[in-house]
Design a protein around this ligand. Structure first.
Ligand code: EPZ
Length: 418
């Protein structure tokens, strides 16, 4: 196991380029088996979730190679419709493979992905949508078996704008017979990226980014080479780190349009933000004040994937903040670790009451999930004294080269194998 050793209190200055978006590259990899032709996904991030998805594709019989930062997928020989339960457990978002497997093979067998550290994460919306497309589904001993000789387009409405369910529907409907109209779709930018990728393969998808998406099924899809969007959550993570540490940082690659609410909240804290095209410059002179209230909401609301990072910032500001997590049931499990650093936070259900203490102090803390782990790194960077952040496997799921990038900005951070 590895840990970070961080000597906090260093200002961050300089420029950092963000990686391709984890939450776009994963559904793009799932979409790659919708065609037997070659697919190239450029600049895939070196993160373990991508490696795990690549392993899933190999288990299905596809050939997946990484070179020069690109992923090349040849799935002509893919023939298996079953995903090993060990991989579904490791990467629960692999549930959107159901759509691809059903489209390619007419059947799919996966272990129930189950919950994780941030919540129950049911998949009822995925399954009811697939049934609308003609899929018969049986569940036994923790496995889900789906079967459908021919997917047929349908009108589908989601009671909640689930990102994964929206992606599953696009993957299943792309080659279904007839037209699918999805109402109540998730509007995240990663859905737009998936639409653009599918259309580059010859699909007919329109409306992504709004709550109504129309998919005209086509007979087959051809290969494509595609550059995914940049990771708005990694970008936001660096912005919150710069806010906590003080300094001036330019974050390159992510669109400010995809971070409107986080940028608004950072200005509320007292940071200066200049945003133009794909560059966001943040200036923080410390002595920041808490946000009165942050509520996580589906896009374009405040992203749940930046909730922990914003809480770590508010814990180090002056004043009080109310952080409400509306997407997941238990996404405050990182708070006890922040309390070890002197944070004054009380969690009641889905609400965290934060009393800013101005500055945290170093401590030994353990990451329990991806974004909670990122929040602990942010808190340690701004804290007085030395911290260590244990169990980096969670952070490695979504952040490639985090230490290198932070060190380049002036952080005193070492990765130590223990
Ligand atoms: C995606 O997860 C992201 N993961 C998550 O990012 C992100 O937090 C989430 O969307 C919300 O933006 C990927 O894209 C790989 P949802 P997903 O379906 O698709 C409930 C990260 O840190 N729900 O939009 O699983 C669910 O319980 C990860 O990068 C149902 O009730 O999210 C949750 O409360 C974490 N039934 C809410 O919807 C369903 O069938 C949002 O879930 C599906 C979801």
């Amino acid at each position: 196991m590895d840990k970070y050793v961080i000597d906090g209190g260093k200002r961050l200055c300089g420029s950092v380029a963000v990686q391709s978006a984890k939450n776009s590259v994963l559904p793009l990899l799932a979409a790659s088996i919708l065609t037997e032709k070659r697919v190239v996904i450029r600049e895939t991030p070196g993160i373990s979730d991508v490696a795990c998805m690549a392993q899933i594709l190999r288990e299905l019989g596809a050939d997946v190679r990484f070179s020069g930062g690109n992923a090349t997928i040849d799935s002509a020989d893919a023939c298996c419709h079953e995903i090993p339960s060990s991989l579904t457990r490791e990467l629960r978002s692999s549930v959107f493979m159901l759509g691809s497997l059903l489209s390619r093979f007419g059947r799919a067998l996966i272990a129930y992905p189950g919950g994780c550290d941030i919540g129950l994460r049911p998949i009822d919306l995925h399954l009811s949508a697939l049934k609308r497309l003609g899929v018969s589904i049986s569940e036994r001993d923790g496995f889900i078996f789906c079967e459908c000789a021919k997917l047929r387009g349908a009108d589908i409405s989601l009671d909640f704008p689930s990102v994964g369910a929206t992606e599953n529907i696009l993957l299943a409907a792309a080659k279904a017979e007839g037209r699918t109209v999805l109402t109540g779709a998730a509007k995240e930018p990663e859905i737009v990226d998936l639409q653009n990728f599918l259309n580059a393969m010859g699909a007919k998808v329109a409306g992504a980014g709004t709550d109504v998406i129309e998919i005209e099924g086509v007979r087959e899809l051809h290969g494509a080479a595609f550059r995914p969007m940049k990771d708005r959550i990694e970008a936001g993570t660096f912005l919150f780190a710069a806010a906590v540490c003080g300094g001036e940082v330019e974050v390159v690659g992510a669109s400010p349009e995809n971070l409107r609410l986080p940028l608004h909240k950072l200005r509320e804290n007292g940071c200066k933000i200049h945003a133009k095209n794909d560059k966001i410059i943040i200036e923080s002179r410390g002595r920041l004040k808490c946000n009165r209230r942050i509520e996580t909401m589906p896009f374009p609301g405040f992203p749940t994937d930046l909730q922990a990072q914003a809480t770590a910032l508010n814990a180090s500001c002056a004043g009080c903040a109310l952080i409400v997590e509306n997407l997941f049931e238990t996404r405050f499990k990182y708070v006890p670790e922040l309390q070890k650093m002197g944070a004054d936070i009380e969690v009641k259900g889905r609400t965290a009451f934060v009393r800013g203490v101005g500055r945290l102090h170093g401590a030994s803390v353990t990451a329990g999930d991806l974004r909670g782990g990122a929040a602990l790194v942010i808190a340690a960077l701004g804290a007085e004294g030395v911290s260590e952040v244990l169990d980096l496997s969670h952070i490695d799921r979504g952040y490639a080269d985090l230490r290198t990038k932070l060190k380049k900005l002036g952080a005193d951070i070492r990765r130590v194998h223990i």
